[in-house]
Design a protein around this ligand. Sequence first.
Ligand code: PLP
Length: 451
Amino acid sequence: MNLIGLAPDEMIQADIRTLIHPQLSADHLQRVVIVEGHGCTLTGADGTTYLDGSGGLWLAQIGHGRRDMAEVAAAQMQRLEYSTCFWDFTHDRAVELADRLLSIAPANMSAVHFTSGGSEGNDAAIKAARLYHHRRGDHDRTWILSRRGAYHGLTYGGGTATGIGSLLEGQGPHLPHVSHLTAPHSYRRDLFAGQDPTEFCIRELEDRIQQLGPHNIAAMIGEPIMGVAGLITPPPDYWRRVREVLTRHDILLIADEVVTGFGRTGEWFAAPDLCMQPDIIVTAKGITSGYLPMGAVLFSKPIADVLRSGVNGFPVGFTYFGHPVACAVALKNIEILEQENLLDAARDTGQLLHNLAAPLADLSIVGEIRQAGMTLALELVTDPVSRTPFPDAGVAVGRRLRDEFGVLVRVSAGSSLVLSPPFVLTENEATRLIDSIGSLLRQITRSQPTV
Ligand code: PLP
């Protein structure tokens, strides 16, 4: 059947017939066909335009549809579209990009391993951590510590580190030796048995290390700021104290910066400002602003040295790792972020979003407002006293913003409405975004029975 040139409705029917999408959202029958993107605007097949408040899926830092990015990709494809086996050969774009990444990464990072995305990066990081200990004679160090509610992707490794049980349905035994701790989500005070969240998390970490045996643990993995869980910004001292405990037991720390990297929090990487001091950093998404699939894992020198030793080196690699066109596009993306001062823009416009949203904190449906650089989350609750998560917020808020206001946001697992727009968001667009959210939340608040 020829599916070219279908009307939007027919396209959706064909989509339902022919495609298995990653994850089935409750409102999959209301999917919208997107055909174009420019700046912060996405356009549907029926001509409807949407203000992209979620930056695609936590990326699109430099905005959609840039001609200069397309030109770089086209030029690289004409010069060298693939190269050959990246095991035995290298190419100029990979070397240039690795050097560029190390120039913007925390100073202890010393080598780069390319991937095609974030989940693969987390798998590579977990394998590297285990291999590091193994080659140093610590053969029992296989356990990985993670946190409940974390999102580290959906491969077997990253997917097990992900602390969302429903995503493991029907998969049988996942990666063995992964243990989940409590996330430092201070607003959810019931998690901490009345204790200070940092004290609780540190004591739990110490206890877990003793239960598992310090000599059995390879690494802890964590997002500096948890994205999918609803932009959970840890208490100021959390990462510094976690790092201290891990160092005492020779346990490595993996920072999953797939969301937070490349300016999302206003810096190239979020870990330094949070005193996280990771041994391994996993990135993806913003490394190309989403123009091509790519990721990178950065290693500190001791780990890089071990991965280069041994007859096998680091035996982790897929066909598309270090793809020349993705490398060229990532280099151009970093150049644009720098030359157009987009990290400053992320900080400034993020602050503007926060200022505009601040009055919404008075609405009973808004439990807490959290912001980090160009990300903002409104935790939606049925009432601010019980802090009960607002049910079905994806449909009640997310879909209505899309259909009634032409605004795209993401509603995360914990009923948080999350914004992570392109850094090129204008003041007018920021105002429209928050005005739309405010109008809808006021409508919903008015229509709710008073508690
Ligand atoms: N890590 C984090 C923090 C993420 O948010 C995501 C995706 O959203 C991933 C890893 C997985 O990345 P990918 O979807 O590129 O495999």
